[in-house]
Design a protein around this ligand. Structure first.
Ligand code: KIV
Length: 327
């Protein structure tokens, strides 16, 4: 039998060997296991890059997107910013205004967009009543877009009471894009008055709101449906970039609702340029498909899968007897 002392010293020796092995292994593991963080895509657009584009006299190109594949295509085309707009309500979900769209609906689409984007800055619109009813609500909802949605910033409409919300969100680390001029969540206040700030007095108010938004920490301001000269004045006065939609050519950037730019809607407002008539192309493609299915022209041989000849023979049915030949 082994004397107790020698057994203890043997155990100690083995513990030392094990400790040494563990220490070495942890060094190897530290060296070999890459960081859990994904390496950042070269040229990844961050909020501060938009200000740099403004400073260097460049122009920011932004579009809305609502799904994974479209976001991926826009990102690969080199778009600077993708907005998951609450226009989702109109162009994807078929609501007459942006008011009914919910946080959960917005989040569902924000997640899909974020999964498709590697380079562009991703921003999600905070839907109606997700930030107006209380500060805690606003922080929690905005936080959900970053935490669950995977986007990098949020957009809110208006100034006045919204300024405190912008300040608080920025304070907790959530970048905020402002939105002034025609703000669709106030559709029932605006009525049929789409173009805003058409008088000098209103233009002055809009300028003050834009300056206040910048002061509250917004990294940029969307200007919707305002005269080009008013947008020029605001753009000159702000350090952060302005992004126009129906606000003329002097803004630091432009944004369009994707469905307008692609011609997916039956008509577009004057502010939009239709770069494609995708709605007509989809209708034509659908009509061709329907005709070919009805005529038996689709599927053709190249769309069908084959099986080996012997298996085919085994499967063959005697036309006359109705019995399987090879089975
Ligand atoms: O919801 C949206 O698509 C927007 C853009 C028009 C700026 O807010």
């Amino acid at each position: 039998m082994q004397p107790a002392a020698s057994w203890i010293s043997g155990a100690t020796r083995w513990r030392k060997v094990a400790d040494c092995f563990t220490a070495r292994l942890s060094v190897i593991v530290k060296r070999q296991v890459p960081s859990q963080a994904e390496p950042e895509q070269p040229g990844k657009v961050r909020v501060n890059h938009l200000a740099k584009i403004k400073q260097s006299g460049g122009r920011i190109a932004a579009l809305t997107a609502y799904d994974f594949r479209t976001a991926q295509l826009l990102d690969q085309a080199g778009i600077d910013m993708i907005l998951v707009g609450d226009s989702l309500a109109n162009v994807v979900l078929g609501y007459p205004t942006t008011l009914p769209v919910t946080m959960d609906e917005m989040l569902h689409h924000a997640k899909a967009v974020a999964r498709g984007v590697a380079r562009a800055l991703t921003v999600a619109d905070m839907p109606f009543l997700s930030y107006q009813a209380g500060m805690d609500d606003a922080v929690r909802n905005a936080g959900r877009f970053l935490k669950e949605g995977g986007v990098e910033a949020v957009k809110v409409e208006g100034a006045g009471p919204v300024l405190a919300v912008v300040e608080r969100l920025v304070e907790v680390g959530i970048p905020v894009l402002g939105h002034l001029g025609y703000t669709p969540q106030s559709v029932h206040r605006f009525g049929s008055n789409i173009v805003q700030a058409k008088t000098a007095a209103r233009a002055g108010e809009l300028l003050n709101d834009a300056i206040a938004l910048e002061g509250a920490g917004a990294f940029g301001v969307v200007l919707e449906c305002v005269p080009a000269e008013v947008a020029r004045l605001i753009t000159q006065r702000l350090t952060v970039p302005t992004i126009g939609i129906g606000a003329g050519p002097f803004c630091d950037g432009q944004i369009l609702v994707l469905h307008d730019a692609l011609g997916l809607t039956p008509w577009s407002p004057r502010l939009a340029k239709r770069y494609l008539e995708l709605g007509g192309m989809i209708a034509d493609a659908a009509a061709s498909y329907i005709r070919e299915v009805r005529e038996g022209a689709f599927p053709a041989a190249e769309h069908c899968y084959e099986m080996p000849e012997d298996e085919l023979r085994a499967l063959a049915v005697d036309e006359e007897s109705g019995e399987r030949k090879g089975c």
